[in-house]
Design a protein around this ligand. Structure first.
Ligand code: NAP
Ligand code: F7E
Length: 330
C-alpha cells in the first residue's frame, strides 16, 4: 500500500520540492494550507491535482487535529513557519506562536491521533547563530533572532516528545538552501532577481544590507532528499545538512553579476534598512554525520546554484536573447 505523508508548508519553497520527491516515490500526499484571501499555489500548481489539500493553520490546534485524523499519515513533515528572519523582529510574538509553539501543536496532534507517524521538524542552522564555524550536531546554540529562538523551542520540543512519548521524531538542522523558487525577500533571490532586472534595463541599482555575512548555501532540491532519508531510518535522530562551504553575500553578488558580464560595484548600494539588529556573521555546517549514516551528500555546487537562479530570473524578464519584458510570470 502507498505510504501517506502530511506536509505542512507545502506551498513554500521546500514543500514544493518535497511534494515532487514523495510523489515520484509513490506517496499519497496531504498538504496543509492556510486560508488566504487569494490562494497561493504558485509553487505547487504543476502537481496540485495529485495532492489532497487540507485547510489548517499552525496557530489552530483543532485544525491540526482534524488534518491528522483525516490524513492518518505514515510520515509528517513540519515545514510551515514564519521563516523570514528579518520579519521576526517586527513580528516576534507571531513568529514565536507559529515557528515555536506550532511545533508543539503538531506534535500533540500526532501524539493523540497518529502516534505511529514518523515526524520531521524543519530545524535551522540559525539556532547556532553566534557559535563558531563549522557547526555540527554537538555545537552549542546561540540564537540571534526571535526566529532562531523559536526554532530552538521547536527543536527541543521535538526531542522532548521523542523522549516522553516514544515518538519517531527527527530534527533536520538545515543550513541555508535556495532555488529559483526561493521567496523574493531572501538575499539570494533578491540578488538574482535584481541582476536579471538590471540586465534587462528594468532597474538601475540593487540595495542590500550586510555584505560581509557568510552563509553555507545549498540547493533546496538536494536538501529535501535528506529530510526524506531521515524518516527512512530505523531510529529517529537529528542531523546537520549543509555543503561545508561558506560564501559571503558579497561573493554571491559578485558571482551573480559576473554571470551576465556586469561589475556589481556599479550597481549595488548599501542600505541601512536591510541591516538587522543582530546578524549571524558566519554559518558553515559539518554534515559528516548525514554523509556517514544517511549516505547524503549535496549534488549542486555554489556556482551551479547561482547560475540556475540567475538563469530562471532572466527567463522571467526576457522575451528573447535580445529583448526583455516586465511582468512575465516565472
Ligand atoms: P517558506 O518558503 O517561507 O515556506 C513557509 C511555508 O509555511 C509556506 O507554505 C507558508 O504558507 C507556511 N506557513 C506560514 N505560516 C503558517 C501558519 N501559521 N500555518 C500554516 N502554514 C503556515 O519556507 P522554506 O524556505 O520552504 O522553509 C521550510 C521550513 O524550513 C521552514 O520551517 C523554515 O523555517 C525552515 N528552514 C528553511 C531553511 C532555508 O534555507 N530555506 C533553512 C533551515 C530551516 P503560505 O504559502 O500560505 O505563506
Ligand atoms: O539572509 C544578509 C542578511 O534573509 C542571509 C531562512 O531560510 O536561512 C534563511 O535565513 C544574510 C543575512 O537568510 C540583505 O543580513 C544582506 O546575514 O537570505 P537571508 P537567513 O537570515 O540566513 C536560515 C537557515 C533559515 O532558517 C531561515 O528560515 O544576508 N543580507 N543584505 C540580506 N538579507 C536579506 N534578506 N536582504 C538583504 O537586502
Amino acid at each position: 500500500m502507498a505510504k501517506a505523508a502530511l506536509i505542512t508548508g507545502i506551498t513554500g519553497q521546500d514543500g514544493s520540492y518535497l511534494a515532487e520527491l514523495l510523489l515520484d516515490n509513490g506517496y499519497e500526499i496531504y498538504g496543509l494550507i492556510r486560508r488566504l484571501s487569494t490562494p497561493n499555489f504558485t509553487r505547487v500548481e504543476h502537481v496540485a491535482d495529485r495532492i489532497t489539500f487540507l485547510e489548517g493553520d499552525l496557530t489552530d490546534q483543532s485544525s491540526l487535529n482534524i488534518a491528522m485524523q483525516t490524513a492518518q499519515p505514515d510520515e509528517v513533515y513540519n515545514l510551515a513557519a514564519q521563516s523570514f528572519v528579518a520579519t521576526s523582529w517586527n513580528q516576534p510574538v507571531l513568529t514565536g506562536d507559529v515557528t515555536g509553539l506550532g511545533v508543539i501543536r503538531i506534535l500533540e496532534a500526532i501524539r493523540q491521533f497518529s502516534p505511529d507517524a514518523k515526524f520531521y521538524q524543519a530545524s535551522s542552522s540559525e539556532m547556532f547563530g553566534a557559535a563558531e564555524s563549522p557547526q555540527n550536531e554537538q555545537t552549542v546554540f546561540h540564537p540571534r533572532s526571535p526566529y532562531a529562538v523559536a526554532k530552538v523551542y521547536g527543536y527541543y520540543s521535538t526531542i522532548n516528545y521523542k523522549e516522553s512519548y516514544n515518538l519517531f521524531a527527527c530534527n533536520g538542522i538545515l543550513f541555508n538552501h535556495e532555488s529559483p523558487r526561493r521567496g523574493i525577500e531572501f538575499v539570494t533571490k533578491k540578488i538574482t532577481d535584481g541582476v536579471a532586472r538590471i540586465h534587462c534595463g528594468l532597474s538601475k541599482e540593487l540595495r542590500l544590507g550586510n555584505l560581509d555575512a557568510k552563509r553555507d548555501w545549498g540547493f533546496a532540491g538536494d536538501y529535501v532528499r535528506a529530510m526524506w532519508l531521515m524518516l527512512q531510518q530505523d531510529k529517529p535522530d537529528d542531523y546537520v545538512i549543509a555543503t561545508g562551504e561558506s560564501h559571503s553575500v558579497k561573493e554571491f553578488v559578485d558571482e551573480a553579476f559576473s554571470s551576465v558580464g556586469l561589475d556589481w560595484q556599479n550597481y549595488v548600494k548599501m542600505d541601512e534598512r536591510f541591516m538587522r539588529p543582530a546578524d549571524v556573521p558566519e554559518l558553515r555546517g559539518d554534515a559528516s554525520k548525514a554523509k556517514n549514516k544517511l549516505g547524503w551528500v549535496p549534488l549542486t555546487s555554489f556556482k551551479e546554484l547561482v547560475s540556475m537562479m540567475v538563469e530562471q530570473d532572466l527567463i522571467k524578464y526576457k522575451k528573447s536573447d535580445s529583448d526583455c519584458i516586465f511582468g512575465v510570470k516565472p
